[in-house]
Write a protein that binds this ligand. Structure first.
Ligand code: GCV
Length: 638
């Protein structure tokens, strides 16, 4: 059997023992959803013709929504549209696989758009990818295994993903041609994903009119530039009428954009928006704009302020088919950050919440890390005293997007348990009120349905994993103490004297940047309620204290521990916790198939080595700075 099919979280990818109720007879609305139902039932092992399952379209339910009613005597799945019906089928199969046999369910997505951005290069290499090579590109061109790509589409559709971009937002001059020379290939990708209700987005190069159109400028206010984009978009939509739109990374990390041409972010976004508007397309405009050439001696510039400073004043200047794609935190997908103050701040501009499923700073699919736990916190994050980020989903934030974590590794995600993150993203974008516990339970029950003894310990391990990783990483939200190029493993001063604007400024007495109004003024970008919370050391959530405050090492935390002792303790504990994971995993040896057991065990050993490295480097660093030993007398390298 194809290895990747052995462990998918989809019930219908995972043949298992026959379930304890009769088989089913699908009926009603024929089409793709029907075929998926038949396929899924066969996979699960429900072949006998007995219970009737009726599929029906029912517009009243609303777009993308579904209803499932009935039980063993007969089941009806209704969809508000084709997509809703498909989601109903997947929702039914997933519940069935988890043992549910009676249904009275209405479900609809909170956010209309649930998107994955792939950072896949045309060479086949994935930027910040940890699961092998691209599923879309091979050797400088579009190249894929069709069956594998369909399986991938099914994995994504089953968790409600309805749009994907497949080329890196760092668009190279070759992949810029996906909308010109390679358009027939782009079209083929769109055709593969279309039946699954997934629309394609293309990442475009802002300088395309120069690169491919022979123009002398990409200036958004130049009529020839606008005409080039309009014509190009028209050609694209002729071939792919349902293209969702273009995603753009501009004025970001050495990429040109409107600002480098003396124009505003709104000028740039509207240029692209106007080209796709006649065809119903969107411009997804990324807000990851900051000065990546900062002088480390400059203590005035504060990188976390950048996105708000650039974009907030432009509220009201964007066309209505522009959506601003905002990273969840003001830094860059760190283990712990506050939410970006831009989220929810703009009244007139539709916003997108951008998350990262690929584990760039969170263990690179070698270390176990449950992103769902972090996302639950992100959704809980206050915008005001009465509004949380979650409340904006489906309203000001009607699109949730994440950077994908899959590649051509046989288990899709490198670390088998990292599938939990893909699964959690889709489910939480669909329903942000779901807790990490709920989605991880669902995922584990689907994935390990045939290995029931392993399910509970795996759920517990995965749930704990974010906290464990955080313990041995940079402390209390300070972030960034990573290896500067590949971002795995510790390098406490790696970014310290660099141009990237990410400084902890540790000296012998204190660490951190004062971001209150007495410092860089970053806190002032938040609603007064949130600002007040962060401004004061006493009310600032302790796990993020060093994001906002500069503190002496003898600062007393609420536990009574000093800051320094907290750093030592957590770093020792982190390693012990990983040892605990290994012991738990070893106790499951007889309860899991060998390949799964061995591959995860190997990853856990890598994680242990990483945790030890972090412990020793971080502890030594602070010991050397302060000369203060661990109160518990544990080994710190001098
Ligand atoms: C695609 C971070 C990553 C880059 C990435 C960038 C982005 O800086 O390290 O690899 O580039 O984010 O989100 O655009």
């Amino acid at each position: 059997m194809n290895k990747n099919r052995e462990f998918g979280y989809q019930a219908w990818l995972q043949p298992g023992p026959k379930l304890d109720f009769p088989g089913f007879q699908p009926a009603g609305e024929k089409g793709f959803a029907y075929d998926e139902l038949v396929r899924g039932l066969h996979r699960i092992g429900c072949r006998d013709i007995d219970t009737m399952i009726n599929l029906a379209l029912c517009e009243d339910i609303g777009p993308q929504a579904y209803k499932i009613t009935g039980s063993i005597d007969g089941i009806t799945i209704r969809g508000g549209d084709e997509r809703g019906l498909l989601y109903g089928v997947y929702g039914f199969l997933s519940r069935l696989r988890r043992g549910q046999t009676s249904f009275d369910i209405f479900d609809k997505p909170a956010a209309s758009r649930r998107i994955l951005n792939h950072w896949d290069n045309i060479t086949g290499r994935i930027e910040r990818g940890y699961s092998g090579k691209s599923l879309f590109f091979k050797d400088g061109q579009i190249g894929y295994d069709l069956e594998r790509l369909k399986d991938y589409a099914r994995l994504l559709a089953s968790i409600g993903i309805n749009e994907i971009s497949f080329n890196n937002v760092n668009v190279c001059s070759e992949s810029a041609k996906l909308i010109t020379d390679y358009l027939p290939d782009t079209k083929r990708i769109a055709e593969i994903f279309r039946p699954f209700g997934i629309k394609i987005i293309v990442a475009i190069h802002f300088e395309s009119p120069v690169l491919m159109g022979g123009l002398s400028t990409a200036d958004p206010l130049d009529p020839d530039v606008a005409e080039w984009w309009a014509k190009t978009a028209a050609n694209v939509y002729k071939e792919i009428p349902d293209l969702a739109g273009f995603v753009v990374k501009a004025d970001s990390e050495f990429r040109a954009g409107p600002m480098s041409l003396g124009r505003t972010q709104a000028d740039g976004a509207n240029l692209i928006a106007r080209a796709v508007k006649p065809h119903g397309g969107m411009c997804y405009w990324r807000c990851f704009v900051y000065n990546c050439m900062q002088d480390w001696r400059d203590t005035e510039t504060d990188r976390p302020k950048a996105a708000y400073d650039y974009f907030y004043p432009l509220d009201g200047h964007f066309d209505d088919n522009v959506m601003l794609q905002i990273k969840h935190g003001p830094s860059d997908f760190q283990v712990r950050e506050p939410n970006s103050p831009l989220l929810g701040a703009m009244e007139k501009t539709p916003q997108m919440l951008e998350l990262q499923v690929t584990q760039e700073y969170t263990g690179q699919q070698k270390d176990l890390y449950a992103l769902a736990v972090q996302w639950e916190e992100i959704f809980d994050h206050p915008i005001t005293d009465i509004i949380a980020t979650r409340d904006l989903i489906g309203d000001k934030i009607d699109a949730v997007v994440a950077v994908a974590n899959a590649g051509d590794d046989s288990n899709w995600t490198g670390h088998l348990l990292a599938q939990a993150n893909t699964y959690a993203f889709g489910r939480m974008a669909w329903d942000p009120s779901l807790t990490a516990l709920q989605v991880i339970e669902e995922w584990a029950e689907l994935t390990f349905a045939n290995y029931p003894k392993a399910i509970r310990p795996i759920i517990e391990m995965v749930l704990e994993s974010r906290g464990v990783y955080e313990k041995y990483n940079a402390p209390l939200g300070i972030g960034w103490m990573v290896n500067i190029s590949h971002h795995y493993g510790p390098s406490v001063d790696g970014y310290e004297y660099m141009k990237w604007g990410t400084y902890h400024r540790a000296d012998t007495k204190a660490i951190g940047v004062d971001r209150t109004t007495a410092g860089t003024g970053y806190t002032a970008q938040y609603h007064p309620y949130v600002q007040a919370m962060y401004e004061n050391k006493e009310t600032c959530p302790e796990e993020i204290l060093l994001y906002f405050h500069r503190l002496p090492y003898d600062y007393k935390l609420r536990s009574g521990q000093t800051l320094l002792q907290y750093i030592y303790d957590t770093h020792f504990e982190g390693v012990e916790d990983v040892e605990g994971f290994i012991a738990t995993w070893e106790s499951l040896k007889e309860d899991l198939p060998e390949e799964a057991y061995t591959s995860v065990k190997e990853r856990l050993q890598m994680q242990l080595a990483n945790a030890k490295e972090w412990r020793d480097v971080v502890n030594s660093y602070f010991y050397r700075k302060t000369g203060i030993a661990d109160a518990k007398g544990r080994k710190i390298y001098e």
